[in-house]
Ligand binder design. Sequence first.
Ligand code: ATP
Ligand code: MG
Length: 592
Amino acid sequence: MQPTDSTSPKASNFLRQIIEADLASGRDAGRRFAGTPGDAQELADAPLDTARIRTRFPPEPNGYLHIGHAKSICLNFGLAQDYGGVCHLRLDDTNPEKEDEEYVQAIRDAVRWLGFDWVVGGVNHEYFASDDFDFMYRGACALIKAGLAYVDEQSPEDMRRNRGTLTEPGVNSPWRERPASESLERFEAMRAGKHAEGSMVLRAKIDMAAPNINLRDPAIYRIKFAHHHRTGDRWCIYPMYTYAHPVEDALERITHSICTLEFEDQRPFYDWVLAQLADLGLLARPLPHQHEFARLNLTYVVTSKRKLAQLVNERYVDGWDDPRLPTIAGLRRRGYTPGALRLFAERIGVSKSDSWIDDTTLDGALRDDLDPQAPRAMAVLDPLKLVLTNWDAVMGSGVLDDCHAPVHPHHPEWGQRHFKLGPQVWIERGDFEQIPPKGFFRLFPGNRVRLKYGHVIECTGATFDAHGQVTEVQAVLVPDTKSGTPGANAVKVKGVVTWVGAADAAPAQVRLYGRLFTQPQPDAGGRDFLCVLNPDSLRVVSGWVEPSAAQAPCGTSFQFERHGYFVTDLRDHAPGRAVFNRTTTLRDGRAG
Ligand code: ATP
Ligand code: MG
């Protein structure tokens, strides 16, 4: 089935306008690319790049991706698709301590699941920043030789103090004017492991009085005796992200490097690094350009890998794919579809100013995506037994009546689902009242209702336990009223009740998820988000579902009539042991 989002035209935004203007001006037309990242020399003889633009999605493999990353994925891969370009998957692994192969795999899974691919025309555009460590080192040496970088041996405290403030300029380091040869020798010794962590760093030599603090001789390499998940113990110095990132973009021939607003102040340094290395003959022109957009903030969730990791590691939730988390793995297990997330990303658009998106927007996209495609089924989540006392007399002892309903009301071609009506039926507890409040049209003694897709029945009474709780409802079947048979509508009723037959319904564990937090902005203003955890974010009930639903494979979405959208759990559902997660209710105003 076609994803909903591909059928509607895409709204323009400032990034599209930038790309269209750049394509029109031919700014990047002379770009060469041979299918692998390359420096100026390697690219000199490469063919012209056939991709009209190149974007990249550059996660750090230090955690699972979340809904904010989904926005970035849809944006970067989507723009590449729309403008005849290619989007790279870049693992930005310059921070060895927190990174792991498990996260690399989870990132690949998430991007593919969202419907995007970095293998284009048989070329695999998956790149690791760590594969470019040699070039980054070479670039750093060239900067030193050109007098554009120096090894600083101030203590970290002095370095911080001498950086100045927003209102005061910084103070030059006593090491700033040391000869290039001395810096180079020190830098080589840093690489050789001869100096302790924190004892010195390599800094760009720009301007300690720059109004933008990011230009006050930012560090570009630090010593770190850490094992790297790919390069092992080969390096004990690692590039800073702010140096590595522009270099990776240039080596991969990225045209539009799209990132979130907090990097806006870094853009001058991004451009500085690229211009210097290009002038030194190391990087090919034309150079990439950075553009910033507002990150996604979604109400009632936290979207920071660090905070998500805390929820997982301290066991407030059950793993990275807990359906209450906004991780892509969690959303998937909750029953969100790739189409719903793409539609959500399209609807929220991109802007230049930070804002909060209401979580009901995500659910709206989900309903719009699922409604036309999710098979329907009946389920009873708070079961109460209904006994049809005249069944044997009217239908015959031991007889079960075949009932059927369309798999989907708008897709007759998808056929019918079948289930059986017998003398015992499960109904929702809320569908019976001994003394009906005003406007209640369902089951109460003396009232007639239709069992949906079945017969009209008339309630005759109920049995109660010692606490006054109803334990069983009795009714009689009204003959010749079966749905779809001639004359079935001769008996008029005001209420229709969903049900499942005790003879063929399957027991199911149903997990009713609510919001994980009680506050719309759980971590706003530096609040400890753990203080606003919702104690009722998960309620597990034992219900009954139609056979068609119980037999579905893992990860199948249904609309349970009257209840909402549910999905068979990816981990725990199995034939003979149905487990459903509630994705969302039918309308807004979801249970807390
Ligand atoms: P976190 O702060 O959760 O660790 P991050 O930005 O450090 O997130 P990265 O792995 O570095 O995570 O991000 C990869 C890409 O995803 C970056 O380009 C980043 O801008 C983008 N991204 C991350 N979070 C969001 C968000 N909330 N909205 C939009 N894009 C995001
Ligand atoms: Mg980060």
